[in-house]
Design a protein around this ligand. Structure first.
Ligand code: ZN
Ligand code: ZN
Length: 350
């Protein structure tokens, strides 16, 4: 069993390297989730849907996406069962878009992203969470182990790999959609909420590189070997994540080896988002994509199940008891939605 971490910059690394088979199993599991989720415009579309956007024109206006781009993303999310297209007029035929149960289950992903934005960016990310049971209007979500209720830290998370479920791993990454790295909004839409988190997770190489670092793969050649990524794209993504303050080239050759990269504290703090994405993938992706890798909470020894809670009352923060609010400066009547109310009746459960 290996520890999923990320020694902090102030704590010298003493843990041994994780074996290549385990690293590949972790990366393959992340890759399956990333293939579905980690595209900038898919994430933006899903975030808007989580906050109550249903109409094509509203998606377009709020995201700034061109019609063709938005059409392709909605079609893809519909095909994957995350969004459902429902008619709202017959003549002429017009459709709006609702989250399926599979899409609603992404609540934890966006809640943990919101927490990370609040922690690391003064702007707070532009997405506010309200907790209905206690009435808190500005929840800062907290991440806990569901078994023992302790607050989560990356250093306390272990990897457990089921050899029985281990499958042959792809020798290289699957094909990737092109996805711009720019954070600049387009069109007339308001600034996109959670823009920094989407900068990291809106690109599949981004999540794979972060996961590499969590599994103590640190060097350029090793990234290439595990990811099957070309040198120019790898250099570009490393520079991008470095500019975002997620990783840094380390000069401490004694601790990390020569030419290595390390996660910053801000990068290490991405771990609840990774856990939420992995939990979603394990629950909703087809059986053949299930990960042989499980997380264990070291202090209590139980399989790690993420529990997101309200910092005000300590109770669970769930899609059925929370409102996601996009903060729009100067706009009368902010968009406020009970997350559970977005689920269309009669949609298919996966
Ligand atoms: Zn625990
Ligand atoms: Zn509360």
């Amino acid at each position: 069993m290996a520890t999923l971490t990320a020694p902090t910059p102030t704590a010298p690394e003493r843990a041994p390297a994780i074996d290549a088979l385990t690293v590949n199993a972790v990366l393959n599991a992340v890759r399956q989730a990333a293939n579905v989720l980690c595209d900038r415009w898919s994430l933006v579309t899903l975030l808007l849907a989580q906050t109550g956007t249903h109409r094509f024109n509203d998606f377009s206006e709020r995201s700034g996406m061109a019609s063709r781009l938005l059409t392709s993303r909605l079609a893809m999310l519909d095909e994957q069962g995350i969004i459902v297209r429902l008619p709202y007029t017959r003549r002429p035929p017009r459709y709006d878009y609702h989250l399926s149960h599979m899409g609603l289950a992404l609540f934890d992903v966006f809640a943990t992203m919101a927490r990370w934005e609040q922690t690391w960016h003064a702007s707070g990310g532009g997405l506010r969470i309200e907790h209905l049971p206690c009435g808190s209007m500005t929840v800062q979500p907290a991440s806990h182990c569901a078994a023992c209720d302790a607050g989560l830290q990356a250093i306390d998370i272990k990897l457990a790999v089921s050899q029985r479920e281990m499958r042959p791993m792809p020798t290289k990454a699957t094909s990737y959609r092109r996805s711009t790295l720019s954070t600049t909004k387009r069109g007339t839409g308001a600034p996109i909420p959670l823009t920094h988190a989407i900068d990291v997770f809106g690109d599949k190489w981004g999540i794979e590189l972060v996961m590499c670092l969590f599994t103590r793969v640190r060097k350029f050649n090793d990234f290439q070997m595990h990811l099957g990524i070309s040198t120019n794209i790898l250099a570009d993504r490393l520079a991008h994540l470095s500019a975002l303050g997620i990783l840094r080239p380390t000069t401490d050759a004694d601790r990390y080896g020569k030419g290595a990269y390390a996660l910053t504290d801000k990068g290490i703090d991405l771990h609840p988002i990774l856990l939420a994405i992995q939990a979603w993938a394990d629950q909703w992706l087809p059986e053949r994509y299930r990960s042989p890798v499980k997380f264990v909470h070291r202090p209590c020894g139980h399989p790690l199940q993420l529990r997101v809670s309200c910092d005000c009352c300590g109770e669970a923060l769930e899609r059925g008891n929370s409102c996601l609010v996009i903060e729009r400066a100067g706009e009368p009547g902010q968009q406020k939605v009970n997350a559970n109310a977005n689920c269309a009746k009669g949609i298919r459960a996966q």
